[in-house]
Design a protein around this ligand. Structure first.
Ligand code: AHR
Length: 501
């Protein structure tokens, strides 16, 4: 039966913050070294050491912000080791990820140059696990002071007299786990000091532009910082504050030990992957309910600053590098999560998919000078009109898709008005085998047509390879109008984004 969708085109919804489409780049495997940074002497085209092909591709998806330097790596990162003449920077072991050498050639200034080349904002995570409050405070002064302090002058001598802008400051990372295995109460005490002393001194960062501090919250396991962080925030008496709390939630189709393959699978792994990813809905509901109790006015944002599908590493690759292929299944997973985040945009003000290049659910894979765009990249590209758009309420009966004992909603749909007032729809047919017809009716709009793009593939594990980089790419797509309504035929496993005329 056709899916009857009703779009309340004139009802006001919350703003979909463009930071919902944020990225995460950790010093992990080839996520930075090789994937972003090749060094100024490389034969791979670069600007001051940063790959031109990767920057150009990422500019197309209008990356709003990049979270860096981790992840677990952030809680063992010492920023001073990554500034000054490259030859003098110490080589360290990256103990979190494969115990490879961390040369520190990509440090603070290189990262700032990278986000500048992207036209993106900064999400910096400070080291709470193994660093000190003073180290974090000094980093902030180094980055943001405009008065001639010694640290400001050191920054100027290193090539950047003007203060940098830091939009988000992550107060640690997974401090219940890799970030120091701290109890809730211990973390809360640490977090308060970091929140207080990590001062942003950039005079332009006041009011609307003020830096937002994001405390560590829940992960998809048992530990739950959210309650204690929110309680501390509610009862705070003086001097510290936060503007958000994080949630980490990965999609693991099977078990943590044996997560499942990234390619070479059929419908079983597809259905399990979809089912696993929809847990995000419950995680958001659970965290939102806690936050609502302490913060009914929604002053704080929920930041899903790590999410994505996490499967077994590519055979033969370093398991500490978390390299995996990216398929049509993963594109559907990306779309379902982005839709969920947009639907909760009154509380979710940002998310960062893990991770941008070569790691986990990546946008881009590289191999030496070669580069490819993944199906997930194409979803991000198709969703650009939703950046800063106004959500529009949509109702429909999703029905269900069942395979191998797994049942999930068969379809999904969201709508929004972009910054210039144009109405957009994103439609997803989750069903692995059957097409889905959507009949879309509008309140307040007489639709005359709709066109955009669709991403689909025959196989659930269809992907792009260096030999065949364009197997899964978006194609033109349109709907048929009749009597002010629209009809769309979506093939199995597909995502369509269209502008309504
Ligand atoms: O994204 C990979 C890792 O997953 C991050 O470093 C950590 O925060 C999480 O456990």
């Amino acid at each position: 039966a056709p899916v009857q969708v009703r779009v309340q085109a004139n009802a006001p919804g919350p703003k979909i913050d463009r930071d919902i489409f944020g990225q995460f780049a950790e010093h992990l495997g080839t996520g930075i070294y090789g994937g972003v940074w090749v060094g100024p002497d490389s034969t791979i085209p670069n600007v001051r050491g940063i790959r031109t092909d990767v920057v150009e591709a990422l500019r197309e998806i209008k990356v709003p912000n990049v979270r860096w330097p981790g992840g677990c790596f952030a809680d063992e990162y010492h920023w001073r080791e990554g500034i000054g003449p490259a030859a003098k920077r110490p080589a360290r072991l990256n103990a979190s990820w494969g115990s490879v050498i961390e040369p520190n050639s990509f440090g603070t200034h290189e990262f700032m140059d990278f986000v500048d080349q992207l036209g993106a904002e900064v999400f910096l995570s400070v080291n709470v696990g193994s660093g000190t409050v003073q180290e974090a405070a000094d980093w902030m002064e180094y980055l943001t002071a405009d008065k001639p302090t010694t640290l400001q002058q050191e920054r100027a001598a290193n090539g950047h007299p003007a203060p940098y802008k830091i939009k988000y400051l992550g107060l640690g990372n997974e401090n219940w786990g890799c970030g120091g295995a701290m109890s809730n109460t211990h973390y809360v005490e640490e977090m308060k000091s970091f929140a207080h002393y990590s001062r942003n001194l950039n005079p332009s960062q006041t009011g609307e532009n003020a830096m937002k501090r994001v405390a560590v919250g829940w992960d998809s396991g048992d530990s739950d910082y959210t309650e204690d962080v929110m309680k501390a925030w509610k009862n705070k008496v003086w001097s510290w504050d936060i503007e958000g709390i994080s949630l980490h939630g990965y999609t693991i189709p099977n078990t943590w030990e044996k997560k499942g393959p990234s390619v070479g699978f059929g419908e079983d792994e597809y259905a399990k992957g979809i089912k696993a990813t929809l847990k995000m809905k419950d995680w958001i509901a659970k965290q939102t309910a806690i936050m609502d109790r302490y913060d009914p006015d929604k002053k704080l944002g929920l930041y899903v600053d790590e999410w994505g599908i996490w499967v077994d590493p590519n055979p033969g690759s370093n398991p500490g590098f978390l390299q995996q292929q990216n398929t049509m299944r993963d594109a559907v997973i990306a779309a379902l999560n982005l839709n969920l985040f947009m639907r909760n945009a009154d509380r979710i003000r940002g998310t960062n998919i893990a991770q941008m290049v070569n790691v986990l659910q990546a946008m881009i894979l590289t191999d030496g000078p070669k580069m490819l765009l993944t199906p997930t990249y194409h979803v991000y590209h198709m969703y650009v009109p939703f950046h800063d758009a106004k959500a529009v309420p949509v109702t429909f009966d999703a029905g269900s898709y069942t395979h191998g004992g797994v049942t999930v909603p068969r379809v999904d749909a969201v709508a929004a008005r972009d910054t210039s007032g144009k109405l957009w729809l994103a439609l997803v047919n989750v069903d692995a085998n059957k097409p889905a017809r959507f009949d879309v009716a509008f309140d307040g709009v007489n639709a005359r047509g709709a066109s955009g793009r669709i991403l689909t593939a025959t196989a659930a594990d269809a992907h792009n390879s260096f030999e065949n980089p364009n197997s899964v790419v978006p194609r033109p797509f349109s709907g048929r109008a009749s009597g002010g309504q629209l009809r769309f035929e979506l093939p199995a496993k597909s995502i369509a984004v269209v502008q309504v005329q």
